[in-house]
Design a protein around this ligand. Structure first.
Ligand code: FES
Length: 144
């Protein structure tokens, strides 16, 4: 405990106090190479913690989708894939179900997790439990 106590009460404040942070905006342009070298570890630590925080929040069910959408707008950053297992070698997955082949109803997958894609095999339940998502199949029913 003594090590943590010293770190929090003495070492960290001393380190932060000695950082060459200028008083004015223009002061940043007058920093020397040595000053920038002192700021690099601090910048890496703050940037790394910020990155990890955003990545962690992006996986939460409430704010996660909003953050992922915002991250997708960053140039060069792609949004997460929906399909991670079905016909991965195809540029676009297109399936056709002949209406005449449907006896009474067809249950079609919308979560992309089914081993019987394009048909639902119930894998969406596991996906929903693991992620907090609420996806389910579309049921195509024949009128009699
Ligand atoms: Fe994908 Fe049921 S397995 S919706």
């Amino acid at each position: 405990m003594q090590v943590i106590n010293t770190l929090v009460r003495e070492s960290l404040p001393n380190y932060l106090t000695n950082l060459p942070i200028p008083d004015t905006l223009m002061g940043w342009f007058h920093l020397g190479l040595g000053d920038w070298m002192k700021l690099i570890p601090f910048g890496v630590a703050v940037g790394g913690l910020s990155y990890l925080t955003v990545q962690g929040l992006a996986q939460t069910p409430v704010v996660g989708p909003v953050i992922q959408e915002k991250l997708a707008c960053i140039v060069g950053k792609k949004a997460n894939r929906v399909n991670c297992q079905v016909k991965m070698d195809c540029p676009k997955v297109v399936d056709m179900v002949d209406i005449e082949d449907i006896s009474e109803k067809a249950v079609l997958c919308r979560c992309w997790k089914s081993k019987k894609f394009p048909y639902c095999d119930g894998s969406h339940a596991k996906h929903n439990n693991e992620t907090g998502d609420n996806v389910g199949p579309v049921i195509v029913k024949k009128n009699n």
